[in-house]
Ligand binder design. Structure first.
Ligand SMILES: [Zn+2]
Length: 140
């Protein structure tokens, strides 16, 4: 698993474009009165009800009722940003947002489960790996 040092180094170099976009959203969220918390290695902003969440670099934005699995999934997207860097918007963020809105606004019930897109499944897997790593640290 990626060390914290590498995570921040990559988030603020190779992954800087998305991290900067996240920083702007974080400022907007603070202006709108969202509270900032720490979630794993990321900063978390909660706002609104039952809409899910999204991740921009080290910044996570989720609804107030988001549970731990949503947070881990969004944290998984932050790890993806370290890997894909400037390609992240094109191969993950934009497709993920389009998919989200299509599913949300579509009249038909989506046929395929949310995790069937490779980038969503990978984010969940990365989040799961973070959770396991933390549990092992706690036990050690
Ligand atoms: Zn996702």
């Amino acid at each position: 698993m990626m060390t914290s040092f590498l995570f921040y180094l990559l988030s603020f170099t190779w992954g800087l474009p998305v991290t900067l976009a996240g920083g702007l959203c974080a400022i907007a969220a603070l202006i709108c009165g969202a509270k900032c918390e720490k979630a794993g290695r990321c900063l978390l902003f909660r706002r609104g009800k039952s809409w899910g969440g999204f991740s921009l670099g080290v910044f996570l934005f989720v609804c107030e009722d988001a549970d731990g699995s949503v947070l881990l999934h969004e944290e998984g997207h932050s790890v993806q940003n370290c890997i894909y860097g400037p390609l992240m918007p094109f191969i993950v963020s934009i497709p993920s947002a389009v998919r989200y809105w299509r599913r949300r606004l579509g009249k038909k019930k989506p046929r395929r489960p949310y995790g069937s897109a490779w980038f969503e499944a990978q984010a969940t897997r990365f989040g799961e790996r973070l959770r396991r790593g933390r549990e092992e640290n706690r036990r050690a």
